[in-house]
Design a protein around this ligand. Sequence first.
Ligand SMILES: Cc1cc2nc3c(=O)[nH]c(=O)nc-3n(C[C@H](O)[C@H](O)[C@H](O)COP(=O)(O)OP(=O)(O)OC[C@H]3O[C@@H](n4cnc5c(N)ncnc54)[C@H](O)[C@@H]3O)c2cc1C
Length: 451
Amino acid sequence: MTGWDRLRGLVDGRLRLPEDSGFDERTRPFNERFRDVRPAAVLSAAGPTDVGRAIRWSRDSGVPIVARGGGHSYAGNSVNQGLVLDLRDVDGVHVDPSTALVTVGGGTRMKEIYTALRKYDMTLPLGNSHDVGIGGLVLGGGVSVVSRAMGLTCDALVSTRVVLADGTTVTCSETENADLFWACRGGGGGNFGVNTSFTFQARPVPATSTCLVLWDRPYAVEVVAVMQEIMRDAPPEFAARIGVSRAPVGDGVVSVVGQHLGSADELRELMAPALATAPATRVDIADRSYWEAADYLHHTTAGGAFAVRTRCTPEPLPEDALRTMVTAIEAWPGSANPDGAGVALFTWGGVINDVPATETAFPHRDTLFLVSMDTSWQPDESPEVVRKNLDWLTALHRDMGAFAPDTSYVNFTDPDLDDWRTAYHGPNAPRLAQVKRRYDPDRVFSFSQAI
Ligand SMILES: Cc1cc2nc3c(=O)[nH]c(=O)nc-3n(C[C@H](O)[C@H](O)[C@H](O)COP(=O)(O)OP(=O)(O)OC[C@H]3O[C@@H](n4cnc5c(N)ncnc54)[C@H](O)[C@@H]3O)c2cc1C
């Protein structure tokens, strides 16, 4: 009997080998930069019990195991060369309307959670893409367009069930296994065990409005400078992504995409200084219900292969930084991926920063903007194109180091980061290492940037 036959006999879920139908769909990383990493097998866990069985089997057989939620890790962290533990059937959403507690399976994706919450007009801070998994999102923090007013996804977490490296299951919360609970709130997915469920405190949906405003790229420095001032002084109810980007075709664009938990009239007033700075090519500011806004802000992408590097800044970037950014974007080497390249400033702060940096494992509690620099290419483009794009991004990330510290968001995972422990985890790195030693002393859960 092979090891795979033995595993098949232990579990209720289906084990697939590379030649089986459905294998690629259950193992392919969203970021096709890592599409050549091919696992030996994938087990679609039928439920939490299978998770424990698979972990024990992996330990006994010496085959490395990795959990896959939505598969959206930027660094391909949910695929390995051993066994992928596919959590897509460890899903489901239970809403208790009397307490507003929402329990979701560890492999549930955003779309299913939004759909369930919508029936009750309740919400949580969630990601803006249908297929992102709740596991990766919450374990790394989870920043939503409403986080300035409602906190991070991990701030809404009340408890979670975790299957540990020895195959046993524990519940953790503020009062039970509190050190593991602390680590599950922002320490990063895949490190301590496999979370089979998460319980969150939801809240009623507020009235909202949204904005989408576009300008031509030559106005980038002026518009981004004014937008930074607007966001520094804005109430926590308003959050925006301020972007400067280029695609393979066209001259590029400056964009502001945001949501305000208030009226469109208030939002127009907040945006007025930016609208007065330069002529916009598109202005769409409108009242939208919370659910219309979620659809409107849904992130669409061409996919393909990409790389993202981040820095967190507590202050608006100075004009020199904006010029550095724009000059780099003008010099983008190009590729055939319609997503192109660019820099986006995601507004953080608000109530995110009311929590002390060491109270949860998510350390970036003094950030005003996450500065996210990205480039993309098609997986079949030449190694020369890939190299030029990665070199371009490395140079931009380095040059922005003059203006923003070496701090990075673990969920915008950057496999090329040197001192990732400090950049991702800051003052929480030593305590995360202690939790790792306690719950996974043999490093059953391992990947290149594992704690
Ligand atoms: C299109 C897109 C939109 C995004 N939007 C947002 C956004 O709005 N806000 C934001 O903060 N981030 C966003 N992200 C980043 C996202 O939070 C991370 O990529 C996240 O890790 C994805 O989670 P996943 O479960 O889909 O990924 P996976 O690749 O499946 O998992 C990521 C890591 O978490 C581990 N993991 C997954 N599930 C579990 C589990 N149940 N138990 C233990 N470990 C687990 C995996 O082993 C892996 O190490 C986005 C990413 C993409 C590609």
